[in-house]
Design a protein around this ligand. Structure first.
Ligand code: OXD
Ligand code: MN
Length: 601
């Protein structure tokens, strides 16, 4: 746990390269005046700097070095047990009016929030080092790319930002000394890691973020949820592009035909697994490649949608990751990885529930306590994470650095639903697809604090990440559709449907290739489907189900079924959700709901 890590003293030549940019210098000074750090460490992203910081983090017990032979250059971090997930209840969108933040966000007026946070930040870094972390989001030559600076008193954050973003010199060079250039101002302090003093506050109009009281990645790696999604979505609407909680993957056929799809699933619902899918042996010669596993920034060019991944690394859920479920993720996290809240074996290896092989006879659990297979507690926290550079991914797409992005053939929405939702269906058109996304729901996971397994509406998987009024966000989607002359087709998938006895009906993982292939074939107009009340649903004959062991015909029938009773309930759920938003839902989506009601009646 990092709580009281004191200031570090770098040797000359490390941490002392101040940029030329006057506004940056002034801002850093003003935050230092408020927070009173012992010293300021200017990150340049170099190897030498990284080696020094890793050494210091080990010395301060912020990181534990893992077995060098088993996991070269990899480390374990344990967060405070009260601080293991995103805190949606303490996350605020501080727009000038409450209406701009909308019904799905917590809101406090900017002046009041600044005052409250400045009070908390006053002297908060005394005796500590303040790291200045400059970074860019997006490939260097993308027109969407953004510069951010994060000031943090956490060495773990500084080290993780180097994995998750293009960090250091590259960002400062991009800013140069242009005082009119736009950049995001991020301030983070651990304070005393107390949930009562934990706030993740966004000021979209100021392009600014302040996060205090937490050390958990989703709350403090300000590049990710805070900039790339919340502030990103706000900027995207203003500037006419899209910032979405979506993976981006490439699919290449044996004949060399390549497509890209983007998929929005809520947190911890398998985006990383899908983005790194290995096709089953029946699909010999097919290849899936990863552009991104969590966030897509998309813009229109030539009437098509093009996507880039703004990130440079993956911050993924560890439990359940194995050579069986996701071999590419396993290879990605075998070296140069920071693990958070997994268990530590006696030989210095990382361990978690769902890892291949037998559990260790003894380990130290994520809280630092002795653990054996007889223990009641989990060895790894259910939301334990890896931070690993995307270059570790053996199936990284060759276009990941292209500033132009990759053209998107299909958008896929999905969630964890035990019932109602068929394995896959296609929306009738863009506007219907927006309705499908706007009403999507999923059973909650450990990625955010709160009850797990409760169905909640999570529009476009953006409920916790939309940085402005959700009604305007829906409107923005509808507007984008009008500007797209060759829009991607829109689909909904559900890998998690269960039998009445509570068993998963679909094997998932690599077998999802069968659904992906149908989606690609639909986008090329060469696969069949039945028109149903909810959209186009494939029949068993439309999917390639050859050599799919252990899935009976009855299972397939349930997986592809549209149950009228369940859908009437679902429709009522859509209505309740729209009502709960208090009148912000665009007329077009209300009409879509009426049309669905008519089709179901
Ligand atoms: C994440 C999340 O960490 O969605 O990606 O919570
Ligand atoms: Mn996510």
């Amino acid at each position: 746990m990092e709580k009281l890590a004191p200031a570090i003293a770098p040797p000359p030549g490390i941490g002392d390269r101040r940029p030329r940019h006057k506004t940056v210098l002034d801002w850093v000074q003003s935050v230092a005046q408020l927070t009173q750090p012992e010293n300021i460490f200017w990150c340049d992203g170099s190897e030498q700097e990284n080696d020094f910081l890793l050494g210091e983090a080990r010395r301060l017990n912020v990181l534990i070095k893992l077995n060098e032979r088993k996991l070269p250059r990899s480390y374990l971090h344990r967060s405070n047990p009260n601080d293991v997930a995103r805190v949606e209840q303490f996350t605020f969108i501080c727009t000038p009016t409450k209406e701009e933040a909308g019904p799905t966000n917590n809101w406090i007026a900017p002046a009041e929030m600044y005052q409250k946070l400045h009070r908390l930040l006053k002297g908060a870094m005394r005796g500590r080092t303040m790291f200045v972390v400059p970074y860019i989001m997006g490939p260097p030559d993308s027109p969407l790319t953004k510069v951010g600076l994060e000031l943090t008193d956490s060495i773990y954050v500084a080290l993780s930002m180097r994995i998750m973003t293009r960090m250091g010199k590259i960002a400062l060079e991009r800013l140069g000394d242009d005082t009119r250039a736009e950049w995001n101002r991020g301030v983070h302090s651990l304070l005393d890691v107390n949930p009562e003093r934990r706030f993740i506050a966004h000021f979209p109009q100021d392009n600014a973020i302040i996060s205090v009281g937490s050390g958990y990645g989703g709350n403090v790696l300000l590049s990710k949820k805070c900039l790339a999604l919340r502030i990103g979505s706000y900027l995207a609407r203003k500037q006419g592009w899209m910032a979405e909680h979506m993976l981006i993957l490439g699919v290449e056929s044996p004949e060399g035909e390549k497509h890209y799809v983007a998929a929005a699933f809520p947190s911890a619902c398998g985006k990383t697994n899908f983005a790194m899918l290995i096709p089953p042996s029946h699909f010999a010669g097919w290849r899936v490649t990863t552009v991104g596993d969590d966030i897509a920034w998309m813009q229109i060019r030539d009437g098509k949608l093009w996507a880039v991944n703004p990130e440079n690394g993956y911050f993924g859920v560890v439990p359940g990751t194995s050579y069986k479920s996701n071999p590419n993720a396993m290879r990605s996290i075998e070296h140069d990885t920071i693990y958070t809240n997994v268990a530590l074996t006696d030989d210095g290896d990382a361990w978690w529930e769902g890892k291949d092989g037998a559990p260790p006879a003894h380990a130290i659990d994520w809280r630092g306590n002795d653990w054996t297979p007889a223990s009641k507690e989990k060895a790894a926290h259910p939301n334990s994470r890896f931070a690993t550079p995307m270059r570790n991914n053996p199936v990284l797409d060759s276009h990941v650095e292209d500033g132009a992005g990759v053209p998107i053939s299909a958008i896929i929405f999905g969630g964890r639903r035990s019932d109602t939702m068929p394995l896959v269906f296609q929306a009738f058109d863009w506007d219907h697809g927006v309705y499908v996304g706007a009403t999507m729901a999923s059973e909650t996971t450990a990625a955010a604090t709160g009850a797990v397994g409760r169905v909640r509406r999570d529009p476009m998987a953006m409920l916790p990440f939309c940085g402005y009024n959700i009604g305007d966000y829906f409107r923005h989607w509808l507007e984008m559709g009008k500007r797209l002359t060759s829009p991607p087709l829109i689909f909904h998938v559900n890998w998690f449907r269960k039998s009445p006895e509570g068993q998963f009906l679909w094997p998932g993982f690599g077998e999802n290739m069968r659904v992906l292939k149908w989606i690609i074939d639909r986008s090329e107009n060469r696969a069949g489907a039945s028109e149903t009340a909810i959209g186009y649903v494939p029949q068993a004959r439309d999917l390639d189900l050859n050599e799919l062991p252990g899935v009976s015909t009855e299972q397939i029938v349930i997986l592809l079924s549209v149950n009228a009773d369940e859908w009437r309930n679902e429709l009522a759920g859509h209505g309740e959700f729209f009502d709960s938003l208090g009148g912000v839902v665009p007329e077009e989506l209300q009409k879509q709901r009426q049309k669905l009601a008519e089709r179901l009646s």
